[in-house]
Design a protein. Structure first.
Length: 273
């Protein structure tokens, strides 16, 4: 299947209009991470190099057709001394399928702190998902064959007081990526949509549901590489009315918290007719 370079490829059509590539896929709709990643690449192409992405907030409005390219319209909302803001709308067949605001910062001096990374099995001690995945889920490994994904066994996830649904996943891109930090940020935006909604299913493993991302927010906190191991420490604090709230903290192997994610997703019970 597509490499991350192919998945994030965009073509500039006009000053602030871009077209994202459609890639070979087994999915019936465009992967949300690809739409978010391409939208972020489009926004990045309109800001000066001294700015770095520090946050994004996106809404998935309609399912995308994976056989069609997506056009991204970028609005230059603000260009300030330290911050700038872009709004991006992804369009197919004249209808918006995704909208996102992205904020960029030049960086400043200030106090520092972070939560401690949880004690967890090292990725080298865990099997590749291609070994542990059930036969009916092997299609996912073919879809994301360029990613090394290793889920911490649920009985090894240390329960934390008051948290009802937890999941931990190590991941990295299997192949060396360019050194450009912004490319790693866009790659993580792509990857952050993968597995997160699954944290809401931990306490409902046998319930069949229809799942889809509804909105997605990310904050990029420290430099990282997406081709090095990253721990996605996930939880779902609430589910109800066919929706689930999920969140994740992303750490590198050294224990630095490099990003944070919050997402609400559709988790609708499938009923027999």
């Amino acid at each position: 299947m597509a490499t991350i370079e192919e998945a994030l490829e965009i073509e500039r059509l006009e000053r602030d209009i871009f077209r994202g590539a459609s890639t070979k896929t087994q999915l019936p709709r465009t992967f949300g991470g690809q739409v978010a990643g391409q939208a972020l690449v489009s926004a990045v192409r309109t800001v000066e190099a001294r700015y770095q992405v520090h946050s994004l907030h996106g809404y998935f409005l309609r399912p995308g057709n994976p056989d069609q390219p997506t056009v991204y319209l970028v609005e230059r909302i603000r260009d300030g001394r330290s911050f700038c803001t872009r709004r991006v709308t992804g369009v197919q067949d004249g209808a918006a399928i995704f909208t996102m605001s992205a904020s960029f910062h030049t960086g400043d001096e200030g106090p520092e702190h972070q939560d401690k990374m949880p004690a967890v099995h090292a990725p080298d001690d865990l099997p590749d998902a291609s070994i542990t995945m059930s036969p009916e889920r092997l299609w996912a490994m073919r879809e994301w064959e360029h990613w090394d994904i290793r889920t911490v066994p649920q009985d090894s996830v240390a329960p934390r007081d008051g948290m009802v649904s937890q999941q931990q996943v190590w991941f990295r891109y299997r192949h060396p990526l360019p050194d450009d930090p912004l490319f790693h940020v866009c790659t993580l935006a792509y990857m952050s949509d993968m597995t997160l909604l699954g944290s809401s299913k931990v306490t409902h493993p046998d319930e069949e549901t229809q799942n889809a991302s509804l909105d997605h927010a990310m904050w990029f906190l420290r430099p990282f590489r997406a081709d090095d191991w990253l721990l996605y420490d996930q939880s779902s604090p609430s589910a109800g009315f066919g929706r689930a709230l999920t969140g994740g903290k992303i750490f590198n192997r050294e224990g630095q918290m490099v990003a944070a994610v919050v997402q609400e997703g559709l988790i609708r019970t499938l009923r027999a007719h």
